[in-house]
Design a protein around this ligand. Sequence first.
Ligand code: ADP
Length: 360
Amino acid sequence: MSNVSIRNIDIRYHNVKVLEGLNLDIESGEFVVLLGPSGCGKSTLLNAIAGLTEVSNGQIWIGGRNVTWEEPSDRSIGMVFQSYALYPRLTVEGNLSFSLRMAGMPRDEIASRVTKAARILHLEPLLKRYPSALSGGQRQRVAIGRALVRDVGVFLFDEPLSNLDAKLRTELRVELKRLHQELGTTMIFVTHDQIEALTLADRIAVMHGGVIQQFDTPHEIYRNPRNRFVAEFVGSPTMNFLDGALKVRDDSITFTIPDGPTINMQDYPFRSRPMDGTPASLGVRPEQISLSQTTSGEKLNAVFNLLEPMGSDNLLWGRVAGTPFSARMSTDVVVPVNQATDVFVQPSQVSLFTSAGERL
Ligand code: ADP
């Protein structure tokens, strides 16, 4: 188990800066997910930690050691890729033991480590099989097992579930979470899938354009996104945004949507007192809409024109004040379609962003 500290690193490809002055501190035993769209620099950062990409400036520390210039094999890391990269001519057992045999480890120690990894990853019945006779999920478990036997301080995962079908992906995701609970090893996991990030991470680093936008628990990322990029990237269907302006008086703060309602924002946790007249976007998650009035609920007028049954709940699609809008509701709630409907939000739960996209 090791902590990982990224200190002010720059990475360039042919003079184009991909990461600039990036800092990230990962605690020992933490499961951290690097989340962001394709091209945002996640793999570059992971490869830098692994020692597969050279940094132009800054330092990388693993387990209290400056490893910036160390070879990947000296960093006490185990890496698992999207492509499983198994040796096709070796059995599962051969794949698991390969690096240990190369390192000249005594036979009984190898056997005991392979047995342990096979038990943890449910690979015991498959030890004599070749990779060609395994499913995608089983191959990926072998790939994880190869990192596991080496007893490393940090596991690095680069989109390890992306090649699997939806059902297997969910199964292996749960297994990975169990594995982390059992081993307690530091894990850094790259994905563009927000569900994987929310379900697996102790903390998520949301990246965009080579910059970490927010590094926080899944709960905080989801409930209190620091900017509009994070708000839009995490959550499905995406957060609704209604444009308007704030009116700030001595005894009240309200938000007015043109051709729409004025909402009392007294209960909203403003980071600092806004200026009167500040243009803003009100961010409302689909499940923050309800049909029933409560004392603190503020009223919006919606017209829904499409209902999508999702099994566990219903998604409703329509408009509020002329802006496209979605809501998630229990299947028990009967929602009128194609007619004006009063819906309610809690100002304490929503998000407000400036026109530059910063949280208010
Ligand atoms: P992600 O993993 O988030 O999809 P990457 O870290 O792979 O993003 O890439 C970040 C940026 O660096 C992208 O703009 C990509 O085109 C660029 N990049 C990645 N690898 C190379 C390379 N070997 N040479 C030049 N540019 C690269």
